[in-house]
Design a protein around this ligand. Structure first.
Ligand code: NDP
Length: 498
């Protein structure tokens, strides 16, 4: 049986071969139950294909494959692991445009955004490849009768559960550091967006990774996902998604004391001081909230603007509105589109419900506030202004192209309001004064502070959350800590008897 189908990208009318099986032991295979599930595109709401659907019994097969592979992979020379990762990065680069198109078809994001993802994907895999032979321990000076040294060893089979907003990037953030440090992986992509993850498995095989090192098994969260959380041979789970499911991940993993990293929700403040570079800042506000359809965990969704001079404040708001009005929204495959479709019907409805709640509580609407068209999940970029700090739209993660603007008149007031959130993922500060930038950055309770930029990721810079936004870091040297454990070796030295 062939686990592949031909799909067509809209508008450009290009076709490609999409794998449809579970990827276990370097082969595309059927689900044990024979069950399949449907994948649709948010651009038109039409069905794209059926995929094999993994259940607990497939998790068992994948985990056994990964466990077997681990016995050799952990002792594979680090430089060879590096070589395979470099090769994989080259292959992803070769297929970059097709992968970006798959991402847009499946997720709905514009090609501009998908291409951004793909660049980071390639660079991050290369960064991980470079770390493989630099995972060193320490020698420890205790006394002259002992030699003490530490090693950083891999954990074993790592489970990964990823979301639908950055399907391939999240795949990379999980498998990159896991493989670099000698672990093997069983990954469950989000049911809404599994296509790029399966496609890239062809490249895992072509790169020459041994069978069982990477296994990708699409299936439901409650079925396949839960079985990953419960499997005793899985030693660590890396999860990105909602805070609610993050709590379930911690609870389930506690039963077998798995290590856990969580990258969860956010409600990030993006702060504008009156001395900022206005044109640049407006572009960074746009990137902050409208990049990737606003479906970004660290989206700059709470915009605080200095309003000591009310005239300046209202003029800034008008300029922001004019700039946002120029954004092209629509089919990701159309030339010049910046914002595509929301990724899932549920998320689309959630965003519309928040907008409705904002209107019902009589918030001032600067622009937007409606669905676009009647086919596909398109939403106007929406900005409410002068929103109270305790409003639901200021406090809760919306995860769509909806921003709230709040004025502030002093730094103390600003810091108190910016930190008044259960989350602490991203933040932005826009000012030309280095003192203001550093003073405010030091006081923001967030894992990332972007100064005079936003959503500006780099493969060498760690990313992760304070407070309920998560545990652990992705990218940078810090990500490797989540995938290694320290072994201490203490050797007693006898005095030679000659
Ligand atoms: P979820 O947290 O439900 O989904 C994320 C991943 O977890 C998916 O792979 C999902 O599988 C899986 N999952 C769901 N339930 C379980 C479970 N019980 N055990 C194991 N795995 C599970 O996100 P949603 O798609 O429901 O989005 C809801 C909200 O989450 C959004 O509105 C947004 O606020 C936030 N979110 C945050 C993201 C981030 O980057 N931090 C990314 C996505 C969403 P399946 O796809 O099969 O359901």
């Amino acid at each position: 049986m062939s686990f592949s189908t031909t799909l067509t990208f809209p508008i450009i009318n290009k076709t490609y071969d999409q794998p449809t099986g579970l990827f276990i032991n370097n082969e595309f295979v059927a689900a044990k139950s024979g069950k399949t599930f449907e994948v649709t595109t948010p651009i038109t709401e039409e069905k794209l294909t059926d995929l094999q659907q993994a259940g607990a019994e497939d998790v068992e097969v994948a985990v056994q494959a990964a466990h077997k592979a681990f016995q050799e992979w952990k002792f594979t020379e680090p430089s060879i692991r590096g070589k395979l990762l470099y090769k994989f990065a080259d292959l992803v680069e070769r297929e970059k445009e097709t992968l970006a198109q798959i991402e847009s078809l499946d997720n709905g994001k514009s090609l501009v955004c998908s291409r951004y993802d793909l660049n980071l994907v390639v660079e991050y895999i290369r960064s991980c490849a470079g770390y493989t032979d630099k995972i060193d321990g320490r020698t420890i000076n205790s006394d002259s009768h002992h030699l003490n040294y530490t090693k950083r060893e891999p954990l074993g089979v790592c489970g990964a559960i990823t979301p639908w907003n950055f399907p391939l990037l999240m795949f990379t953030w999980k498998i990159g550091p896991a493989l670099a440090t000698g672990n093997t992986v069983v990954l469950k992509p989000a049911s809404a967006t599994p296509l790029s993850n399966l496609y890239v498995c062809k490249l895992i095989k072509e790169a020459g990774f041994p069978p069982g090192v990477v296994n990708v098994i699409p299936g439901s969260g409650r079925g396949c996902g839960n079985a990953i959380l419960q499997h005793p041979l899985i030693k660590k789970v890396a999860f990105t998604g909602s805070t609610e499911v993050g709590r379930t991940v911690m609870t389930e993993c506690a039963k077998t004391i798995k290590k856990v990293t969580l990258e969860l929700g956010g409600k990030s403040p993006n702060i504008v001081f009156q001395d900022c570079d206005v044109e640049q800042t407006i572009q960074h506000l746009i990137t902050g909230i409208f990049f990737n359809n606003g479906e970004v965990c660290c989206a700059g969704s709470r915009i605080y603007i200095q309003a000591t001079d009310e005239k300046w404040y209202s003029e800034f708001l008008q300029k922001f509105k004019v700039a946002v009005e120029k954004l092209k929204i629509g089919n990701p495959f159309e030339e010049g589109v910046f914002q595509g479709a929301q990724s899932t019907p549920d998320q689309f409805q959630t965003v519309l419900d928040y907008i409705k709640a904002g209107k019902e509580s009589k918030l001032k609407l600067l622009m937007g506030g409606n669905r676009i068209g009647d086919k596909g999940y398109f939403v106007e970029p929406t900005i409410f202004y002068d929103v109270p700090q305790d409003n639901k739209l200021t406090q809760e993660e919306i995860f769509g192209p909806v921003a709230v603007v709040l004025p502030f008149k002093s730094v103390d007031e600003l810091i108190e309001k910016a930190n008044d959130s259960e989350f602490g993922l991203g933040s932005g500060v826009h000012t030309e004064d280095i003192n203001t930038a550093i003073y405010v950055s030091d006081r923001l309770a967030a894992g990332t502070v972007w100064v005079n930029c936003y959503n500006d990721f780099h493969q060498n810079v760690p990313f992760g959350g304070f407070k309920q936004s998560g545990i652990g870091r992705e990218m940078g040297a810090e990500a490797l800590d989540n995938y290694t454990q320290v072994k201490a070796v203490r050797i007693k030295i006898k005095t030679p008897q000659i």
